[in-house]
Design a protein around this ligand. Structure first.
Ligand SMILES: Nc1ncnc2c1ncn2[C@@H]1O[C@H](COP(=O)(O)OP(=O)(O)OP(=O)(O)O)[C@@H](O)[C@H]1O
Length: 254
């Protein structure tokens, strides 16, 4: 069995009387994409917020690369290599695509922000940025001003920014949301190629993409995991079908 690089044990979170994360046990292994699916309001985003450090769990632990990160801040977790992607607001719209990614590489390299104006001149940072852009198929847009990119391209840029930080794992919260069919298909291919190097914990409503990408799937219902297994196992699991997948449309988009 592959090594677990992220382990959630007994994670619990309540908002008042509403228990949104109920004793979650889950692991992300090296080289895999582990998808977390479930109906609207099941608690997927609340769970990923606890992983990124945006929310503190009430109980339980999060161990990442052998380190207990449960009480670490968001930035401390990012520095530990827990990469979170797809918050378009983190793009600097007036900077070029290359500068956005080089800045992320610079933060990773520990350089000072006072060099921001010279980011474009930093050869090593540019190389790292171009390499990240090439991985996600955006190298051709390197000189474009980020604010002029299409919606789908901005989501790719976010992924390049995350990769430039050289994370040990990626947390992706609905990366395909709002994308057209062709963009979704090409991003799915990009993620397939990335997961060997960057294990991915994926929240996604597009079931076609989930079953294409995921090595394992966990089904979250009302804050609790009702099934975990390979896509085939989950497809065949009565609890998962009843809760989410639907007997008539096992691969339909939720
Ligand atoms: N800050 C909060 N305060 C109170 N309730 C909250 C808060 N955040 C989320 N909730 C509630 O927690 C439950 C789970 O929400 P969450 O957004 O995690 O679900 P989700 O599975 O990500 O849903 P979706 O697929 O629609 O994004 C919902 O009932 C939501 O209303």
């Amino acid at each position: 069995m592959s090594e677990a690089i992220l382990q959630l044990s007994g994670l619990r979170k309540a908002f008042g009387a509403l228990v949104v994360t109920d004793d979650i046990h889950l692991e992300l292994r090296r080289g895999e994409c582990h998808a977390l699916i479930g109906p609207n309001g099941a608690g997927k985003s609340t769970l990923i917020h606890q992983l990124s450090g945006m929310l503190q769990p009430d109980a339980g632990s999060i161990v990442f690369m052998g380190q207990d990160v449960t009480r670490l801040s968001q930035s401390e977790r990012a520095l530990a290599g827990l990469g979170r992607s797809f918050q378009i607001t983190s793009i600097l719209p007036e900077f070029t695509v290359l500068e956005n990614v080089a800045l992320a590489a610079q933060v990773r390299a520990g350089s000072s922000f006072r060099f921001l104006g010279r980011v474009a001149d930093e050869r090593l940072l540019n190389e790292a940025a171009i390499s990240a852009l090439a991985r996600i198929g955006l190298a051709g847009k390197a000189d474009m001003v980020a604010g002029t990119l299409s919606y789908g391209e901005k989501r790719l840029l976010e992924l390049a920014i995350a990769i430039a930080g050289r994370p040990h794992a990626l947390l992706l919260d609905e990366p395909l949301a709002g994308m057209g069919r062709a963009e979704s298909a090409s991003l799915t291919q990009v993620l397939l190629a990335l997961k060997a190097e960057y294990p991915i914990l994926l929240i996604e409503h597009d079931m076609e993409a989930v079953f294409q990408l995921a090595d394992r799937v966990s089904v979250l219902v009302a804050g609790a995991i009702v099934a975990t297994g390979t896509p085939d196992e989950v497809r065949a699991d009565p609890k998962a079908r009843a809760a989410y997948l639907g007997d008539d449309h096992p691969e339909g988009t939720a």
